[in-house]
Design a protein. Sequence first.
Length: 371
Amino acid sequence: MRKYVVTLTKEERDTLEALSSKGKHSSQAVLNALILLACDEGEHQAQRSTNEEISRVLNISMRKIDRVKSRFVLEGLDEALTKKKSDRIYDKKTDGDFEARLIALSCSEPPEGYSRWSLRLLADKMVELEYVDTISHEAVRQVLKKNELKPWRNQAWVIPPNQNINFVAQMERVLDVHKRPFDPQHPVVCMDESPKQLIPETRDSIPCTPGYPARHDYEYRRCGTCNIFIACEPLAGKRLVKITHRKTKQDCAEFLRDIAAQYEDADTITLVMDNLNTQGPGSLYETFAPELAKSLWNQFEFVYTPKHESWLNITEIELSVLTSQCLDRRMDSIEVVRREVKAWEESRNNKDSRINWQFTTEDARVKLSRL
């Protein structure tokens, strides 16, 4: 076998050492750089490693080392660092006409008996329609990837009706409220609610060990539900959470009274919330005496998000944080939920965690200009 001698200059060694120790490079380039550095027989190498030692340390074959050395000697440093391109020439089955037909097919209705197009279903249909003699699902995938199409996926999304004037008016009203500056006498508070299913463990979980994640039994027993009321003041980093057995008008009214007590020194509390039948001044009058209901109502300025657009309620963000940090586990009783949520609420309030809302009316007029 012909022997190839690798001799690196100081500049080449510096380049290879930098490539193998810092920056973002392909694993193939880093591995080839390490091979060349170890094989160097130049004057700037203190001690050369044998092919056997390199093979054992880098866990590669001897032929791999010889290929890298031969490409360096015959073709230069740049060619040695990259994978050699194949000399084989493949007949290309796809062209512009094929891609256009495939894209049109993937955007059409799937055949009867199927809910959506799959890669194999598209490949079979292209052959059935005689657009191509044979085609693999991998070739179909590459065409769809190039055109950023994923017909096998869909998302559930609430799409507002076009040119809905009421939606636009309510949206801009909420966005104007969100950009108000911080004012202790006129705080902006957002309110939301969410159910929580009470589920106990039927079997003891297995804790995590080195190399293995924690494991929970998929079987569970349902113990009812509870409801989570949450209110947050984004600019002040305050939040208030209450766990109730149900979500009735009376429960909502009691939570509104808790919010009013939290801001008893404020002149007016601007409350942003979803437009639900359980939330509003009517629930106050249904729960309390008229005098108390009217005094509570006078403390609030109710601002409702548009229908199907609860993402405009900043409390959605806080509720997501609560779910991911505290509620993303099985809890078997409302007492456990109350205890855990109370600890989370105190911890997050002590950290002064605020929400920086960035979406403005100007952004909405650009992104939702079709409305």
